[in-house]
Design a protein around this ligand. Structure first.
Ligand SMILES: N[C@@H](CCC(=O)N[C@@H](CS)C(=O)NCC(=O)O)C(=O)O
Length: 202
C-alpha cells in the first residue's frame, strides 16, 4: 500500500504513526495540496492529505478512515478497543485532537495572508478552540498514564500528533507550561520510534 502526504501534516503523521505501531510495510509518497503541480486532487476529490492507496488501487481518506482500516487490517498491537463504549471514547479523543489541528491549520493559513486582510475575530475564534481543547485534554487525561487509562491507544496517537503540530507551528502556545500532564504524555510518546521518526519537519 502507498500513503500520500507531507512531512508536516498532523493527520499524515497520525497515519504514519499507526503504520509504524502496527508494523505495516508501505510506500510513502510525499505530496502536498499546497505545492504547485501536486497530484492530490487526482486521488482525493477533497484535495486533502493523507490518502492511502491500497494494493488493488482502492483509495482511502480521510485520516480517521485510514487509521481504523489499518488497525483492523493487522491483528497485532490493537489501537482501538472492540467494545462500543470504549471505542467511542477513543474516537472522541481523536475527534478532539483532529479538531484542534483543523483550528490550528486554519490559523496558520490565515496568518499567511496580508495582515490587513486577516480576520481578527475569526482568528480569535479558532484560537479559542485550541485553548479550550488543550484544557479539555488536560482535564480528561488527569494523572492517567494514557488517554484511555492504562492502555496505549489511538487516542494517544491522535493527541500526540496534535500536540506535536502545535509545538511545530505555534511555539508561542505554551501548552507544556500550562498543562504539565500533556507534556508528560508527549515526552512519553516521543520515546516511541513511531513518533521520533515522524516528527514534523519542513
Ligand atoms: N479530516 C481530514 C483533514 C485532512 C487535512 O485537512 N489535511 C490538510 C493538510 S494538514 C490538507 O490537506 N489541507 C488541504 C486543504 O484543506 O485544501 C483528515 O483527517 O484526513
Amino acid at each position: 500500500m502507498k500513503l500520500i502526504g507531507s512531512l508536516t501534516s498532523p493527520f499524515v503523521r497520525k497515519a504514519r504513526v499507526v503504520l509504524a505501531e502496527k508494523k505495516i510495510d508501505y510506500e510513502f509518497e510525499i505530496d502536498s495540496p499546497w505545492t504547485a503541480e501536486n497530484q492530490v486532487a487526482n486521488v482525493n476529490p477533497l484535495g486533502k492529505i493523507p490518502v492511502l492507496v491500497l494494493d488493488d488501487n482502492t483509495v482511502l481518506f480521510d485520516s480517521r478512515v485510514i487509521v481504523e482500516y489499518l488497525d483492523n487490517v493487522a491483528p497485532n498491537n490493537k489501537l482501538m478497543p472492540g467494545p462500543n463504549r470504549e471505542r467511542s471514547e477513543v474516537k472522541r479523543w481523536e475527534a478532539l485532537a483532529d479538531g484542534m489541528c483543523d483550528a490550528a491549520a486554519l490559523v496558520f493559513l490565515e496568518r499567511k495572508r496580508p495582515v490587513a486582510q486577516q480576520g481578527t475575530e475569526w482568528l480569535a475564534r479558532q484560537n479559542e478552540k485550541i485553548i479550550r481543547s488543550l484544557q479539555f485534554m488536560c482535564d480528561e487525561l488527569g494523572d492517567n498514564t494514557w488517554c484511555m487509562g492504562t492502555h496505549f491507544s489511538l487516542a494517544d496517537v491522535a493527541v500526540g500528533c496534535a500536540l506535536g503540530y502545535l509545538a511545530f507551528r505555534f511555539p508561542e502556545i505554551d501548552w507544556r507550561e500550562k498543562h504539565p500532564n500533556l507534556a508528560r504524555l508527549y515526552d512519553k510518546l516521543m520515546r516511541r520510534p513511531a513518533f521520533v521518526e515522524t516528527i514534523p519537519q519542513g
